[in-house]
Design a protein around this ligand. Structure first.
Ligand code: GAL
Ligand code: CA
Length: 342
């Protein structure tokens, strides 16, 4: 009897598998396939926040997503897109390695007549987005993160006169920039510092370093070098364009037995812990979960030939950028608990 039930259960399971599109030969509704990449699996925000949500949300939506690692090489990504096209995926969800190399990817998608959603790294070439009617972008308004980070730093600076170590009324800062040419890195660098200037506070940049990988190792190495440099004792503020680099800077500060005001962007779980421990003064939520959902929602609609935001809460910008921009939020010692996973 038991065996009969077990067999029956297996049959039901097998039927469910076919129904879900597991069997390609029956003519049953085929599961939609999304060909996707992450510019580098070594990036802790992309790999730790966006990739798992892509995988989870694809299951929720009943689609298949294949995510490959472009290992920080645009040439590799170009080849991966060719493979996806040969495999006849229904739609592409692409995280550019080089933001100035979108047109090559867009041209490939256009030639194959496959819709394309670019995400996280916005194309910087003028006219690239307009060159194909089936390409969209999902990301953020890059400047917003720098503005929010800048406003947090200005408020804290004003509230903590002791932070002006040499009492000259000027903020002596170092800045970990991230990937040069990346719209997020460029806008954050500009806007965070501009917030001080707009508030009438003078700033002096002691050092700035870029890193295409936005990595913790880079943050650690640069901060360690700065601390032992001729201006090491003059540093009053550490501005990090992402949390990954901030974690490295925190390590270097700890190793040197120092503590300085330090800010990041992304609001990774580890950043929330550093805020709780008083090792980080603030970060900015880069909402990768909603960026992943919006990317998949648009991709699925595009693959079905529907208007991309149909049946979703996402709104396309009206500026011709064909973009969905997910808002950033300030994360401070006062509100970080709201962002910790329950
Ligand atoms: C940014 C993020 C960085 C890094 C980068 C990669 O949005 O803040 O941590 O992941 O994207 O393109
Ligand atoms: Ca000063």
């Amino acid at each position: 009897m038991k065996r009969v039930i077990a067999t029956a259960a297996l049959v039901v399971l097998a039927a469910a598998f076919v129904f879900a599109g597991g069997n390609k030969d029956t003519g049953a509704a085929k599961q939609l396939v999304v060909g996707a990449n992450i510019y580098s699996f070594a990036d802790n925000f992309m790999n730790g926040v966006m990739k798992p949500e892509f995988e989870r949300y694809a299951v929720e939506k009943g689609v298949k997503i294949e995510i490959v690692d472009s290992e920080g090489q645009q040439a590799k990504l170009n080849d991966q897109v060719d493979v996806f096209i040969t495999k006849k995926v229904n739609v592409l969800a692409i995280n550019l390695v080089d933001p100035a190399a979108a047109s090559a990817i867009i041209a490939k998608a256009k030639k194959a007549n496959i819709p394309l959603v670019l995400f996280n790294k916005e194309a910087t070439e003028a006219g690239a987005m307009a060159s194909y009617d089936k390409v969209w972008y999902v990301g953020t308004n890059s400047a917003e993160s720098g503005i929010i980070q800048g406003q947090m730093m200005v408020a804290d600076w004003k509230a903590n006169p002791a932070w002006d170590l040499n009492k000259d009324g000027v903020v002596q800062y170092v800045l970990l920039k991230g990937e040069p040419g990346h719209p997020d890195a460029e806008a954050r660098t500009k806007e965070s510092v501009k917030a001080f200037v707009d508030a009438g506070i003078k700033v002096q940049q002691l050092a700035l370093e870029a890193d295409p990988n936005w990595s913790t190792q880079h943050g650690n190495d640069k901060m360690a070098a700065w601390l032992t440099s001729s201006f090491g004792k003059d540093i009053e503020l550490v501005i990090c364009n992402n949390d990954g680099m901030a974690f490295g800077a925190i390590n270097a500060l700890k190793a040197a037995g120092k503590k300085l005001p330090l800010y990041g962007v992304d609001a990774l779980d580890q950043a929330l812990t550093h805020i709780a421990d008083g090792e980080m003064n603030g970060t900015v939520l880069n909402d990768g979960v909603n960026q992943a959902r919006a990317t998949l929602d648009l991709a699925i609609n595009a693959a079905k030939g529907l208007p991309v935001t149909e049946g979703t809460a996402w709104k396309l910008t009206t500026d011709g950028a064909k973009a969905v921009r997910v808002p950033y939020l300030p994360v401070t010692p006062k509100n970080y608990k709201d962002f910790q996973k329950k």
